[in-house]
Structures are given as C-alpha cells and as structure tokens.
Unconditional design. Structure first.
Length: 748
C-alpha cells in the first residue's frame, strides 16, 4: 500500500451514481492517474491518496485508490484554483483572485477562523462574507463526511445526501446509530445502513439490527408502494429476506417492538396487521374528522337548491343532466360530498354552480395538491385556487401548517380538486384546518393513479359507502367530439382507443424499435407538433409535454430528457450553464423539483414588492431563469411565480422536465402530449397509467410505438393493492354515531 501526496489537475471521468472517478494528478513535474470511488475534487486541490499501483492494458500505470485525505493547498495558485472551483458559494474566478491577492498564504485560515476579515475585500460587504464562510465550512464538513461514509462503501450520491443532513455531526451520529440513516435520510435503504453497522461490529443477530429492519420494512412499504400497514406474515417475510436470520429471531423482535409501542399490532377481518403508529393515527383521525364534518351540516331542502340551479342554468344558458343536478343538490344537502368522474363529465361546471349557490354562506375556498392543478382550477373556474400547502399556510421555519385545529380556515365551503393525488398525511392536515360546520367538497377522478404517498384516500372514501358520493358518467355534448375524452372512457372500459381518424385529436405513429420511437418523440415535440399547432419556439416547451411510463431505457424519462434538451435548448457560447453530474443545467431549461424541500426559501412578485416563504415540493415544475457563474447558483421560476435559488450542493433535487413520468404529470394538463408506447415492465404498462397519461392532453395526443403495446396496456387492468384500512374505519365511525343507513347518493 502506497501513499502519495499530489495536486489534482482535473477529473477525466466521474460516475455520479457510485462515485467512481478517474483523476489526473501532478506529482512534482509528472502527471499521473488515480482511480477509485472518490469524493469530488476541484482542479488545484491537494490530496493524499492511498492505494496500489497497477498497469492498465489501455491507460497505463494508475493508482487504484482505497483511501484519500484532502490537504489544504499551500501554493497561491493552488489556493486560488480551489476557491474558484465552484465548491464555495459566492466565490468565482475573479473574486478568488482578489481574496488570494489580499490574504496570500493565510487565505484559508482567514476564511476558516476569521471570516469577518473578508469584509476588507471590495464587494464582500453585507452578508456576502458570511455566506462564503458558511459555504466553506459546509464544504469542509461534507468532504470529511464523504470520506468517512465512502470508507464504508456508501455511494457518492447517498454520501452527499447524508452529509447534507447531518453536517459536521455525520461521523459521530452514525457511529452511535448507523440504522438511523434508513429512517431519517431519504433514499438510504436498510442494506446501506446495515453494511455500515456490520462493519462497525454490530452482530448480525443483534436485536437492535432486527428491530431496525422491521421498522424500515414498514416505512419502505409506505414510501415505495403506498401501504399504510403490512400483514404480519408479509412483514416477517420481507424483513427476513434482507436479514437472512431464523424466523424466531424476527418474531421475537416484532413482539418487543409491539410491546414497547414502537409498532402497533392489530387483528381485523382475520388478518394480523402491523402499523407504524403515525399511519394508524392518521387514518383514525381522518375517519373521525370526516364524520364530524358530515354530521355538522344539517341536510337542507332540495326544493330550494333546485330553484337556485334553475336560475344558474338560465343565466349561463346551460342544462345540467340529472346526475349533475344530483351532485349539486347533494353538495347543498351534506357537510361532505365526493364528486368523481372522468374527463368531459362536467365536474368544473358543477363546481362553478356550487360556488355560485354557496356564495351567501361564507367564503368558498378552492385548493388542489399541486401548483399545476391549482392553476388549472383557477383557469377553469375564474376563482383563485391555491395549493393545499399554501392554503394551509405552510411555514418553512416550523415545518408545519399554520392553519390547523387551533387556527382553522374561515370559510363556508372548501373545495379540493384532483383528490386522487392526496395522500394520507396531507388529507389529515387539510381536515384539521376545516372546522365542523364548513362544507367540504372532494373532487377527483377515481380511475387515475393513486397518490405517490402512502394511502388510498379517495378510493377508500368511495369504497366505504359512508360519505355521500356522486359518480359522473355522461360525457357532455361539447366533449363528445374530442377523441381524447372518448378514448379515455374507452380505455377505462377495456376497449382499444380510436386513433388516426381524420380531423380528430388522437393519433398513433408506428415505430419499430425503442431508438426509433425516441427519435420520433423528439421530432414530434420539437418541430412537427409546434408547426401543426402554430406555436412559437417559446410556446412549444410549455404547450407540448412528452410523458413516459418508465424512468430508464431508451424511451425512459432520463434518456428522453437528454435528447429533448439537446434539441430544444442546445449549448451556446453565450448561454450560461451549471454542470452537475451528467446534466448541464442551462439558462431556459425546463426543470422539476424531485423531493420535498421544506426549508428552501422562495420569493414571488406581488403588487407591492415580494411575497416570501419557504418550501418547494416534489413535482413542482419551472424554468431556469438565472445562472450566476460567480455564485455557482441557479434561479428557478416555478409555474406559480415563485423564484428559488439553488446552489451547487442543492442541484441533486432538480432534474430536467422536458419529459415527465406519468406519475409526476398527475394534476397537470397540456395542450399536446406525446407518449411512447414501447415494451417495458408490466407494472408500468397498466390501464390506469395509460388512462392517466391520455387525460393529461387537452387538444392533442400522439402515441408512438407499437399497436400491440397499446393493446397490452388496455388489457392490463392490474392494480397493485394498497394495504389500507380507511374504508373500514369510516364504516366503524359511521356505526358508532348511529348512522347505520347509508346517506342518499353514497352508493354507486
């Protein structure tokens, strides 16, 4: 094993997935190659690498590094290169030169120990010197954490996420409890934490290890598959597969967790169930609050409602169907109502009528789970709609909603759209803020994909038969001419869509292979459809959306985004960009937030200045409207007008959005949708996913691929069962208050 101290010249290759890097380094006057799983190094940095020298048949002599230790640069040129590398926010090449010219060899000591001295440099007044000091310490702490984590084989991408979570405390916290990683850090699985734990000497049969695996299994089932609980035997099977331990050890560990109330064990319908307490409590609270809202508003006379509906019809020159009229009268007569139906069934017209009829009973508040869905609701109704987070006044500082049981919404009625997207925890937060006596109207399409988060809220409410509900099935006359609407209903009934009819809006283009399909998707989105729809270059990215069922593969989200970016926003000498991993984020790029970041600050222009807040959420889409090379940051402006700044270390939560997954597109509507229909995993080629994708298009949809895949998707009505109990709990709550009879309109 040899140790060499060198200066990094540059990175020849880096795999962001696992951290494998090929570095060119300088040892004296010689340039050498170092390879291995390594943290990022900037040109000019000095480091000590430990490893074995080998002779590569193609690339020659190189050091296979098994360890590394960053060293502070000692030369003025090395310090300047290090500061200008982009690792430290607020310092670009020009500022690095100024700082090094002023402080010389003491530069890093000044930044580390006396950062206030930076104020002596012109341009570093105000809070800018504090920003530099904070970024420097974060970078040093992160580097130390990365080296610690990668010594245990943790991939580079996860190492960055972990070090951002724990900072300077990373090593100490993980040494005390490595299994906290899989509970507290998104994306870290049990196997990663377990590898660290075993290496640290935790015995494979340790009760501590067994209990951590059981808790993680339940949490992963909720996050990955939407389950609220797991059957006892399935939980033991899943955990046993990871641990490879005798069954009795797992059963003993589970018993101890239940006795200590860290997990809950229940038996219902002959099934033994195991819960994380938070999900059990959330379902119980939702069922209780829904029943409180349902019974707090006394039924009203239908006659008065019918007269008001007649006046609305006359005023707007429309005629409601019998089912639509029923939905409106039910909304007037109950504290809670669910309205569900596919596209073209008139849900928006009903909402407009209900708003008009309830205007005298107090303010009507409109909301939806995402910014895109809220914007659609505003455009369709003419009334302001907010995201649920904004309506409940989410606070980034407290990471909680300011509207709750102690500070409820003041409204006569709350209408929530796109309810299929609402998961268990968000529904609980919404219900906490709706006080008894306020009407609640839940609107959604029960045939779409369920929420990304745990639970099956809309489906369970409908299945309970306890909450009044109306399903709309009639297609409005003006929608009968839309093949998108007709095809959505055909798919829902297991029939093949009607495509390529002259003068319609639904088309199919054959592609014999996945590469050909990808090329045609790009051609359609970049040139053919913009010409057909008479779009300008600026309009086409917003109006046309490519969707994909899968993330990986030639027609997956990742690859299509690369191809679409190259065609729609190619590099140019005068176009600034920030590189992160395999992606160059360029000015003008369409991007999407991929995780909930409750602390990310934003601002939004208002009539007199700026509204400020915190919290950017998974699925928020925007555009790169600023690139600051000196600060190494991006400005992203989201569709609702919020502007947020992303430093280099935050770019792992952004990805290109020229192509979206079908799941991420829920709640959105686009003028035109392009969807590849090629061979892929059966679980990603289901009828409800196909239906969801098709209903994202307003004017035009083009399917690209093979007819046989379309047939397979239509016939594949498999829906992964989610383990939830909200249906049963609503039924129990109904019986407990004596409401044995199902209210009118609750049954389908």
């Amino acid at each position: 094993m040899e140790r060499v101290e060198v200066t990094v010249v540059g990175t020849v290759y880096r795999n962001e997935e696992n951290g494998y890097s090929v570095l060119t380094v300088r040892d004296g006057h010689r340039e050498r190659t170092v390879v291995g799983i390594l943290p990022k190094f900037a040109p000019g940095e000095q480091a000590a690498f430990t490893g074995e020298w080998t002779e590569h048949p193609k690339y020659g002599r190189q050091l296979n590094a098994t360890g590394c230790e960053p060293l502070k640069p000692t030369t003025l040129l090395g310090i300047e290169r290090y500061l200008a590398s982009g690792f430290i926010s607020g310092i670009g090449p020009k500022m690095a030169r100024k700082i090094v010219s002023y402080f010389g060899e003491e530069t890093l000591t000044v930044i580390s120990e006396h950062p206030e001295e930076l104020r002596k440099i012109p341009g570093l007044g105000g809070k800018k010197w504090q920003k530099i000091a904070k970024s420097y310490h974060e970078q040093v702490d992160e580097r130390e954490a990365l080296i610690f984590l990668q010594s245990y084989g943790v991939p580079a991408e996860l190492s960055v996420r972990i070090s951002k979570k724990y900072g300077a405390r990373t090593a100490d916290l993980i040494r005390s409890n490595p299994y906290r990683l899989c509970e507290e850090v998104e994306g870290v699985g049990f196997l990663t934490a377990d590898r660290i734990g075993i290496t640290m000497g935790i015995a494979p049969e340790s009760e501590y290890r067994v209990q951590s695996a059981l808790k993680y299994t339940l949490l992963d089932a909720a996050v990955s598959l939407g389950h609220v609980y797991l059957p006892r035997e399935e939980l033991l099977d899943r955990a046993g597969y990871m641990l490879k331990l005798p069954r009795e050890l797992l059963e003993h560990g589970l018993t101890r967790l239940v006795v200590s109330r860290q997990l809950l064990g229940q038996t219902a319908g002959g099934e033994e169930r195991v819960w994380l307490p938070a999900y059990d409590q959330a379902e119980r609270e939702i069922s209780r609050r829904l029943m409180e809202l349902l019974t707090a508003v006394p039924p009203s006379e239908a006659e008065g409602a019918n007269l008001a509906i007649d006046r609305f019809e006359k005023r707007h020159s429309i005629a409601f169907s019998a089912r639509q009229r029923e939905a409106i009268t039910e909304a007037m007569g109950h504290g809670v109502l669910v309205i569900t139906g596919g596209p073209g069934t008139g849900k928006t017209t009903i909402i407009n009528c209900i708003i008009s009829l309830l205007a005298g009973e107090g303010e009507v508040l409109l909301c939806a789970p995402t910014g895109r869905a809220a914007k659609r609701m505003t455009e369709a109704t003419g009334y302001e709609s907010k995201t649920i987070h904004r309506l409940l006044e989410y606070s980034g500082e407290t990471r909680d909603f300011q509207r709750n049981g102690d500070n409820p919404l003041e409204a006569g009625c709350v209408i929530v759209d796109e309810a299929s997207m609402i998961d268990l925890m968000l529904m609980r937060s919404l219900l906490r803020a709706v006080k008894p006596g306020t009407r609640l109207l839940i609107v959604g399409d029960a045939d779409q994909l369920p929420s990304v988060g745990a639970g099956n809220v809309l489906g369970d409410i409908l299945a309970s038969g306890v909450i009044p509900a109306v399903r709309l099935t009639d297609i409005f006359r003006q929608s009968e001419h839309s093949r998108i609407v007709v095809n959505a209903h055909r798919i829902n009934h297991g029939d093949m869509p009607l495509l390529n009819e002259k003068g319609t809006d639904s088309f199919f283009e054959r592609a014999d292979g996945v590469v050909s399909a990808a090329e045609k998707c790009v051609s359609l989105a970049t040139s053919r459809l913009p010409g057909f729809l008479h779009l300008t270059d600026g309009e086409r990215v917003r109006a046309i959306q490519v969707l994909s069922p899968a993330r990986k593969g030639e027609c997956g989200v990742i690859r299509l985004n690369q191809l679409l970016q190259a065609a729609l926003n190619p590099p140019a000498e005068d176009k600034p960009f920030l590189a992160y991993g395999d992606t160059d984020f360029r000015l003008g790029d369409k991007v999407m937030q991929t995780v909930n970041d409750y602390e990310l600050s934003w601002r939004r222009p208002v009539r007199r200045g700026w509204e400020t807040g915190a919290g950017v959420f998974n699925g928020d889409v925007g555009f790169v409207t600023g690139v600051d090379g000196e600060e190494h940051s991006l400005t992203v402006t989201f569709e609702d007008g919020r502007e947020a700044e992303y430093g280099t270390r935050m770019l792992d939560s952004l990805e290109l959005a020229y192509c979206l997954s079908v799941h991420k597109s829920q709640g959105s509507e686009f003028r035109a949708v392009v969807l590849p229909v090629v061979q892929g995993p059966r679980l990603l080629q289901t009828r409800n996913l196909f239906y969801t994708a098709l209903t994202r298009a307003r004017e035009l949809v083009v399917l690209v691929g093979q007819e046989e895949i379309i047939r397979q998707m239509v016939e594949n009505d498999y829906i992964l069962r989610r383990y939830t109990a909200l249906t049963e709990r609503l039924q129990t709550a109904s019986r407990m208050i004596g409401a044995e009879e199902v209210p009118d309109g609750a049954a389908f």
